[in-house]
Write a protein that binds this ligand. Structure first.
Ligand SMILES: Cc1ncc(COP(=O)(O)O)c(C=O)c1O
Length: 382
């Protein structure tokens, strides 16, 4: 990041940061570099190859995300899970111990249980900073959190997580997918590494899979070294599409925040709704923490009906909001986590972290708020 971009605001960074200056034509957009074969030797004396994570279009995303997350460097992957698995495998070896937040995205939990354990990594789970501290061991190398979490929107005090890690020389990692760099910059709160599923808000149009890892240069070099062996790269066309999506991130997130808050208030006052989970509501247990460390409360909310058996009927009556997996796109989506994102967990595991079978999760899109409210009003009424 140069000193200019350090002073620029997030909307400006979304549009301009990292752009590859097209000296050949003066074009406004980064050109797409298609090649998988690059000259050797070259002036920088660096071997360039898409699976070495160092092609021009991959570097555009790296520079833009590093600027937006206020980090030194970033590396882009072919999916959020490629980013998560590579980061963890790059830093953990047999015998190491790592602490994970209990209510992570189901795919991350599945990776930990089905892959990381097979590699001889010792695992502990916790729901609070106090629980993380209680499970620390001399061989603990990493604390991994998600805030707000998926789908219960728990928000952890990130400065406290960072302070705990620093006091014991343990790396702290956050999946910042739900917040986006527009609402929350964990590196500024002392967290060491930020991960995103760029499939969600960063791209924002529900039409590609990608992931990123952001942090200090030395950490990103370690991640990139393992990434070359694990191979989860993103191709030039997808990088270009992701760059286009990122240009409108700040605008989109502002509308996602507004629509989610409007829907949360509406559902909260509806007689058919038992409870609404949204960090922007004063009733949310982590509202104070979220207000301190977030600039907006995000586009995700969850709710339970008084009569959980009605949830499928309600979903089937929606006309604007689409029942579908995934989140973070311009269109509003709704899903039932026990049957989608968290289906890989056993019913007992879901019950333990608080994901009931009737819990529904909304990803508020950027449509007109009144149309979203009317859609739920119609679907909920008997
Ligand atoms: C919070 C969170 N992190 C990571 C992922 C994984 O991302 P991807 O599907 O791009 O691999 C998801 C996917 O839903 C997610 O919701």
């Amino acid at each position: 990041m140069n000193s200019d971009s350090q002073r620029q605001g997030p909307s400006t960074l979304c549009v301009h940061a990292g752009t590859y200056l097209d000296k050949a034509t003066g074009g406004a957009c980064s050109p797409i570099f298609n090649s998988t074969a690059y000259a050797f030797p070259n002036p920088a004396n660096q071997n360039v190859y898409p699976r070495y994570f160092n092609t021009p279009n991959q570097q555009v995303i790296g520079r833009k995300l590093a600027a937006l997350e206020r980090g030194e460097a970033a590396v882009v992957f072919g999916s959020g899970m490629a980013a998560i698995s590579t980061l963890l495998l790059a830093h953990l070896k047999p015998g190491d111990h790592a602490i994970f937040q209990s209510d992570l995205y189901g795919g991350t939990t599945q990776f930990i249980n089905r892959e990381l354990l097979r590699h001889g990594v010792q695992i502990s789970w916790g729901t609070s900073v106090a629980e993380f501290e209680a499970t620390l061991r001399p061989e603990t190398r990493l604390i991994y959190v998600e805030s707000p979490s998926n789908p219960l929107l728990h928000c952890l005090d990130l400065e406290a997580v960072a302070a705990l890690g620093k006091s014991r020389g343990v790396m702290t990692v956050i999946d910042n997918t739900f917040a986006t760099p527009i609402n929350q910059n964990p590196l500024e709160l002392g967290i060491d590494v930020v991960i995103h599923s760029a499939t969600k808000y960063l791209n924002g149009h529900s039409d590609l899979n990608a992931g990123v890892v952001v942090g200090r240069e030395v950490i990103i070099q370690r991640v990139a070294a393992s990434a070359i062996n694990l191979g989860g790269m993103l191709d030039a066309h997808a990088c270009s599409q992701l760059e286009r999506g990122l240009k409108t991130l700040a605008l989109r997130v502002q509308r996602h925040n507004e629509n989610a808050l409007t829907l949360a208030r509406f559902l909260d006052s509806h007689p058919e709704v038992e409870r609404v989970i949204y960090p922007g509501l004063p009733s949310h247990p982590d509202h104070a923490v979220a207000s301190r460390q977030m600039r907006g409360f995000g586009g995700m909310l969850s709710f339970e009906l008084r009569d959980p058996s009605r949830i499928e009927a309600v979903l089937s009556r929606l006309q604007v909001v689409t029942p579908a997996l995934s989140l973070g796109g311009v269109e509003s989506l709704i899903c039932i986590p026990s049957r989608t994102s968290h289906r890989g967990m056993t019913p007992a595991e879901r019950q333990q972290v608080g994901i009931s079978d009737g819990l529904a999760r909304i990803s508020a899109g950027i449509e007109d708020a009144g149309d979203l409210v009317n859609d739920f009003d119609h679907a909920l009424n008997r």
